[in-house]
Each structure stands twice: as structure tokens, then as C-alpha cells.
Design a protein around this ligand. Structure first.
Ligand code: NAD
Length: 352
């Protein structure tokens, strides 16, 4: 089975499955590595075509969380949850509470938060069943929607990439093509608008595209046309794997930097980007603002200022990755992996 081979090859600790047909729940939680701390990662609510697709998605995403938290210097491991459902039509309190019991059954090895299809209200329903949830509403003393900080972090990474590409970290007048206009993209767009950038936006849902159309200097294009849109920066902010052998040759940008997890379909795509002279912000470096934010909720009282200051530091982390890639002659993706792997290995060695 492909997913068991993948788990073994990438060092996953655990994969848990939960079925509760009475409440419409089929869910998976993957725990990749807890060397640095409890496995923290969001819950995605998404109707994958097959269970195999869902399993591979949650396994890949949990691994990315290990790398993301390690590279961000957080004492957290990597995990991810996935509920196989359409968040727009099938989400109910009973579904989220059943899932909350699933999270609780793992005894704190996994801590959940928002991902695609989930929001702070969903975290409140989960919190009725388990203490192992963050990204709770501000009324409950939580940090609210993590996408606000995710957008800031992506913006910081984009500025660092702009400096590498054009010698200035200003994004004024730059054209940024945004694939997907959900929570994280909306937050990123606010920073880009303030910075004087132009936006080209595509989303598969008309209401999301219509929200983007309200912004100044924003043009809407059909979902598939986003790859060909003349732009300076391509910002993948939808689901993973959209950059691959077929789509990369269509890009016209000098920088790829966005919020989506697992943007590259295969490791070879990072090399393809480098060969074309495109500066690539590794996804788990750029989009760490959300996990940085919810991490601060684990250490009450939550301080937005502290979370914001650490998220702003993604600018420096991205510069460090660019320097490492330059001096070692590797891709930025390889440099980012190395930074994360070194931190996990050092913690493992110290623990004995
Ligand atoms: P979201 O559900 O709010 O938004 C995703 C948007 O992408 C939706 O509007 C959807 O219609 C659109 N979309 C899906 N497929 C598309 C396609 N092929 N073309 C165009 N649009 C498409 O989710 P989000 O929270 O904004 O997350 C977006 C990405 O960022 C995900 O990959 C997520 O894992 C990642 N991410 C999010 C956060 C966060 O704090 N929200 C943090 C880290 C990473």
C-alpha cells in the first residue's frame, strides 16, 4: 500500500482513522514526528475523490508541519487532521464534536487547529470534547483566525524574495498572481494592497473571486488562466501540488511565494524553478505565521504582539534560506529542509 510505504520512508510515527457514520464523520490524523514537542497541525475539511488521496494528503501535510515548526524554531512536532467532507455543505456541530472526541482519544500527542475548510467556530465545537485544540475564538481567550498571521508571514517572505530578485524588498507596483482567495490569501492581499502591489486573482468559487474583486488594483481571471497571467510574483494560496512539470513552464514570474502547503508536486520542481532563475520561498518557511500564532496560545496569556514579532522574523529566516542556497549551491527547498532536519536531529541527539 502506497501510504504505508510513504509512512515508513518518511519516518511517520502514527496514522489514526475514525469512522462515525451516524455523525457523517470519516477522519484521519497523521502524526509525523514529536521529537521537538506535541504534534500540532490544522484539520482540513475537504472531500477528496478517494480515501487514498485523503490519506496521502494528511500524511504529506503532517510531515510538512514537522519541518515548518522546526524551521520556525518552535518546540512542536508535526501532525495534521483531515475530515473527508465538503465544508460548505456537510459541516455540522455533531461532526466537529465527534472529531473532537477523536482528537481527545490521542491523549495530547496531537493538537489541532484550523486548516482549509475549518474556522474558529469549528474549534469551539471541537473544544467541547477536548482540550487539545488551539486557534480558538478571541471571545474564548484564543488567538482567533490564524490566517491573519499566515498572511503577514507570507508577505514578509515575499519581501525577502523580492530583495533577492530585484535588489529591493519593496512590492510597490509588482504584479502578484494569487491562486485561491480564501482566509490566508485575503490576509496576504491586505498587506499587498497596502504595499502598493497589483493583484491578479483566481478562485474556483465565485463568491471568493467576488470578494477579491472589491480590492483596489485587483483583476480576476479564470482558475486555469492564473498560470499564464503576466506577473512578477506567483502566490499559490489554494491546495497543494499545483506547481508541477505541466504548470511550471507556464509561469512568467520571477518569484514564487504563497501560503499553500506542499506547493511543489515533486522535489524536482524546486530544481526546475531554480534552473529558470525563479526565486522560490519554500512553503513551510513562508506560511509559518499561522502555527507561530497558535503556538503562542499554548502559552497563556496569548500575546498578539509576541506572535506578530516572531512572524515578522520570517523575513530573516527567508533571507537565511536564500543565503544558504546561494553558498551551498542548492535549491531553497533543500536549504529549508536542511535547516529543519538539523534542528530535529540536534534535539534527538540531546535527548539521547
Ligand atoms: P481556505 O479554504 O480559506 O481558502 C482556499 C481557497 O482556495 C478557497 O477559496 C478555494 O475555493 C480556493 N481554491 C481551491 N482550489 C483552487 C484552485 N485549483 N484554483 C483556485 N482556487 C482554488 O484555506 P486557507 O486557510 O486560506 O488555506 C489556503 C492554503 O494555505 C492551504 O494550502 C493551507 O493548507 C495553507 N495554509 C493556511 C494557513 C492558515 O492559517 N489558514 C496556514 C498555513 C498554510
Amino acid at each position: 500500500m502506497e501510504f504505508i510505504e510513504y509512512m515508513q520512508a518518511s519516518g511517520h510515527e502514527e496514522l489514526a482513522v475514525w469512522t462515525d457514520p451516524a455523525n457523517g464523520v470519516k477522519a484521519f490524523i497523521a502524526i509525523h514526528d514529536r521529537t521537538l514537542g506535541p504534534a500540532l497541525g490544522g484539520t482540513r475539511i475537504w472531500p477528496h475523490a478517494t480515501d487514498e488521496d485523503a490519506l496521502m494528503d494528511v500524511l504529506r501535510l503532517s510531515r510538512a508541519m514537522t519541518y515548518k515548526s522546526a524551521a520556525a524554531g518552535l518546540p512542536l512536532g508535526g501532525g495534521k487532521g483531515l475530515i473527508s467532507a465538503d465544508a460548505r455543505t456537510q459541516k455540522t456541530e455533531a461532526m466537529l464534536r465527534s472529531y473532537g472526541r477523536f482528537v481527545d482519544s490521542l491523549g495530547g500527542r496531537y493538537v489541532t487547529t484550523e486548516d482549509v475548510g475549518a474556522n474558529a467556530q469549528d474549534m469551539e465545537w471541537i473544544a467541547k470534547e477536548t482540550a487539545h485544540v488551539v486557534g480558538r475564538s478571541e471571545e474564548q481567550g484564543g488567538s482567533g483566525n490564524p490566517a491573519v498571521m499566515t498572511g503577514l508571514g507570507v508577505f514578509q517572505a515575499m519581501r525577502a524574495c523580492a530583495e533577492a530578485a530585484w535588489g529591493s524588498d519593496s512590492l510597490a507596483g509588482k504584479r502578484v498572481a494569487m491562486q485561491g482567495f480564501g482566509n490566508a490569501a485575503s490576509s496576504l492581499a491586505a498587506h499587498l494592497v497596502d504595499a502598493g502591489a497589483e493583484l491578479i486573482v483566481a478562485d474556483i468559487h465565485d463568491d471568493a473571486a467576488a470578494r477579491a474583486a472589491q480590492l483596489p488594483r485587483a483583476t480576476i481571471v479564470p482558475p486555469d488562466a492564473i498560470y499564464d497571467a503576466p506577473c512578477d510574483v506567483f502566490a499559490p494560496c489554494a491546495l497543494g501540488g499545483t506547481l508541477n512539470e505541466r504548470t511550471l513552464p507556464r509561469l512568467t514570474c520571477s518569484v514564487v511565494c504563497g501560503a499553500a502547503n506542499n506547493q511543489l508536486a515533486s522535489p524536482g520542481d524546486a530544481r526546475r524553478l531554480r534552473e529558470r532563475g525563479i526565486v522560490y520561498a519554500p512553503d513551510f518557511i513562508a506560511n509559518a505565521g499561522g502555527v507561530i500564532n497558535v503556538y503562542h496560545e499554548l502559552e497563556p496569556p496569548y500575546s498578539r504582539e509576541a506572535a506578530r514579532a516572531k512572524t515578522a522574523g520570517i523575513y530573516d529566516t527567508m533571507r537565511r534560506i536564500l543565503d544558504m542556497a546561494d553558498s551551498e549551491g542548492v535549491t531553497t527547498a533543500e536549504a529549508a529542509n536542511r535547516l529543519a532536519e538539523e534542528r530535529v536531529a540536534a534535539a534527538r541527539a540531546a535527548r539521547g
